[in-house]
Design a binder for this molecule. Structure first.
Ligand SMILES: Nc1nc2c(ncn2[C@@H]2O[C@H](COP(=O)(O)OP(=O)(O)OP(=O)(O)O)[C@@H](O)[C@H]2O)c(=O)[nH]1
Ligand SMILES: [Mg+2]
Length: 470
């Protein structure tokens, strides 16, 4: 995607050649050393022995042979070299990837060899940074690479792929373009009032309002993206013996927590990871809430209360044979504005449980409660769907699958604030030239998302989070 960045500037520190081990440390079938920069091809030429006439590395492709130390003639590894001459490479420079056997000792020797031939060790994220600086990818796509690698679940993966494809950038650039058009019309009307047909304030107002809605949609997707990326904490709370630990085990499909008929079995906070509908989830079982009988239980109950506050979603469990009481209402109140799902447990013990409640009409548990049985697994699919829905529901109109991270959110909010101020100016029938200042600031904020005119510190911060070799 053309993001309008200038090419590499001579005198930039991009002119040296960088190298790093790109695969994870440890033993693997293969290990990869990545080399990028003006010396990449000549280094590869110097260290690879293949065929009688030696390799022709001027063309894109793969070359198999022995990697040798040209100074001593010593053979180091049998390897595959992937050669990507610039500018159609990841970084835009000449890139060589050396695929050797993936042992730590071999990798270290290969890296030392490449460094000995004039490359220097890359800093974290430096390959991706070069890809950005050479205009091969924009900033959102650079971030997407980081997120793709660290994605913990299916949804996060999809969002990162969408971001890498440039979907978020595309959305943002469209809004930016539309604002540009409004500014151009306003400024033309201000500068050449006689040449430009009278500007209809309603029309400009409509155009600006439409772009604000699109920004709102992107922001609404942010929370969903956050949950998809970093996962959600789901706390199971309720009174003793209602079946919290059984529910934890049923959702995990493993006997993780101790279950007994004795109320007060669980005394500590128990955590386990699982994935529901592609969302990584940390499930938390807690001690049943009641007036504590001893010191241990007292501490356990205190921790249960804390879990309510630390959760992204609370599963408030009660026994379907008895209703909710004051303690349950206190728990729900403690959840504040966090989403709470009310779970009526042990529905297999209800007399009418054998009949499907959806067929007989009203379920025997209160409306809005989810009836489940950890024993027969009745209602568990619905519960999982409700969990996923509650975690993602803050984006009812969000653009699906777009990962909007904290940095993008900051810029979108800034753009939105200036857009709002422009709309108010228009509303109060103030002079038109007051509008364009706000609109231009909004446009600049949107440009920061994809990395038009990025600040050096921002790039340092962003790429330092990458691992070496990325
Ligand atoms: N029939 C039936 N029994 C259940 C169900 N869920 C839990 N039980 C039983 O209810 C009792 C308590 O279950 P637990 O899962 O330990 O309940 P808890 O809420 O974790 O209890 P504490 O840890 O004491 O707070 C055990 O005897 C379970 O076998 C269910 O869905 N159906
Ligand atoms: Mg328990």
């Amino acid at each position: 995607m053309d993001v309008g960045r200038p090419g590499l500037v001579p005198g930039d520190r991009l002119l040296d050649t960088i190298a790093a081990i790109a695969t994870a440390p440890g033993v693997g079938a293969i290990g990869v050393i990545r080399v990028s920069g003006p010396l990449a091809l000549s280094i590869a030429q110097a260290i690879l022995r293949s065929g009688k006439s030696g390799p022709d590395l001027s063309r894109r492709g793969l070359h198999v042979g022995w990697v040798v130390d040209p100074d001593t003639g010593e053979r180091i590894d049998q390897a595959v070299l992937l050669v990507f001459p610039g500018p159609t490479s990841f970084t835009g420079e000449d890139v060589v990837e050396i695929q050797g056997h993936g042992g730590p000792a071999i990798m270290r020797r290969l890296l030392a060899l490449v460094l000995g031939q004039g490359a220097r060790l890359a800093s974290p994220g430096e390959f991706t940074r070069r890809a950005f600086l050479s205009g091969r990818i924009d900033l959102v796509q650079a971030e997407a690479i980081g997120e793709l690698v660290s994605a913990r679940g299916e949804r996060a993966l999809q969002a990162a792929i969408g971001q890498l494809e440039g979907r978020l950038s595309h959305e943002v650039m469209q809004v930016r373009q539309a604002l540009f058009e409004s500014v151009a019309r306003i400024e033309a009307a201000v500068d050449f009032p006689e040449d430009v047909a009278a500007l209809e304030p309603e029309e400009i107002m409509g155009a600006l309002a439409r772009q604000r809605i699109r920004i709102d949609e992107l922001l609404a997707g942010a929370r969903a993206g956050e949950v998809a990326r970093s996962g959600a904490r789901v706390a199971i709370v309720g009174q003793p013996n209602v079946g919290k630990s059984s529910l934890m085990n049923a959702l995990l499909r493993s006997e993780r927590a101790i279950v007994t008929a004795v109320p007060g079995t669980t005394r500590d906070v128990l955590e386990a990871d699982l994935e529901i509908a592609g969302i990584p989830i940390r499930l938390v079982d807690t001690a049943g809430i009641r007036p504590a009988r001893d010191e241990i239980e007292k501490e356990g109950v205190a921790r249960s209360w804390q879990q309510v506050e630390g959760a992204d979603l609370v599963l408030l469990v009660h026994d379907s044979r008895s209703g909710l009481d004051a303690t349950d209402h206190d728990l729900a109140a403690r959840a504040g504005d966090r989403p709470v799902l009310r779970v009526a447990s042990k529905v297999d013990l209800l007399r009418s449980a054998s009949a499907d409640p959806s067929e007989v009409g009203d379920a025997p548990w209160p409306a809005g409660h989810l009836g489940v049985s950890s024993l027969t697994r009745q209602g568990l699919d619905e519960l999982e769907a409700a969990i996923a829905g509650a975690l993602l529901s803050s984006s009812p109109v969000g653009v699906p699958g777009l990962a909007v991270n904290a940095r993008h959110q900051g810029a979108l909010r800034q753009a939105r604030a200036h857009l709002t101020s422009a709309i108010e100016t228009l509303d109060r029938e103030m002079p038109l030239d007051l509008l364009s200042g706000d609109l231009r600031t909004a446009i600049r904020a949107l440009g920061q998302i994809t990395g038009l005119d990025p600040a050096e510190e921002l790039l340092d911060l962003l790429f330092s989070r990458f691992c070496l070799g990325k």
